[in-house]
Design a protein around this ligand. Sequence first.
Ligand code: ADP
Ligand code: MG
Length: 230
Amino acid sequence: MADCLIAAEGLSRHYRLGGRTVTALADVSIAIETGEYVAITGPSGSGKTTLMKILGCLDSPSAGHYRLDGIEVSGLSPDQLAATRNRVLGFLFQSFLLLPQSTALENVELPLAYAGVPRAERRRRAREALARVGLADREDHRPARLSGGEQQRVALARAVINYPKLLLADEPTGALDRASAEVVLRLFAELNCAGVTIVLVTHDMAVAAHAERVLRFQHGRLVAEDRRAA
Ligand code: ADP
Ligand code: MG
């Protein structure tokens, strides 16, 4: 557990909803090592997104402990949290969440601007990242002028522009046709080969099959784990 990138123990998350308590996540423990490719599956409402938000430091658990890259996350101030997020992880969502008024290149550059990288280097690295996802010739396109698959590739370039150790992806192929999904999954495989740890949420077993390990959730609990033979 010591050298795990993700070490979560007894995570629970309860929501208060109109006087009722909804348990979205119940006593979940997981350990993910650097370099792994893990899929998280389960029916709608089983707590997958709730878990990803906690793993991505976008939400806090109601109970349990979470160490990310050796750091106890609950002890961090909001500024330290943001810095850790910036340094360690990239996030990809089903809806690509690109800025509609910005070009593909500007969207990819954004995390570098937050990190204080000088403009010329931002440009250079964003160009490189777009080329790596096969979109060198789409730099000046706004999101509305890109297909869904292309938008997700821009979002992927943006997610990995800071060379994160960890890529968290919540249903990244959920809005894509099969061919576009395959392109995104091929890029995931390349990133994983380059050493990036990947946690991928999907309810599609064909997509989950790309991972080495599959964690299955139901009613907020981790109910099964399959490891693919190497
Ligand atoms: P999944 O991603 O597997 O579809 P979620 O993690 O989004 O599941 O949701 C798990 C459960 O928690 C669901 O029953 C959902 O309705 C509930 N839930 C999620 N977010 C909230 C919230 N902000 N307030 C109340 N209940 C929520
Ligand atoms: Mg979800």
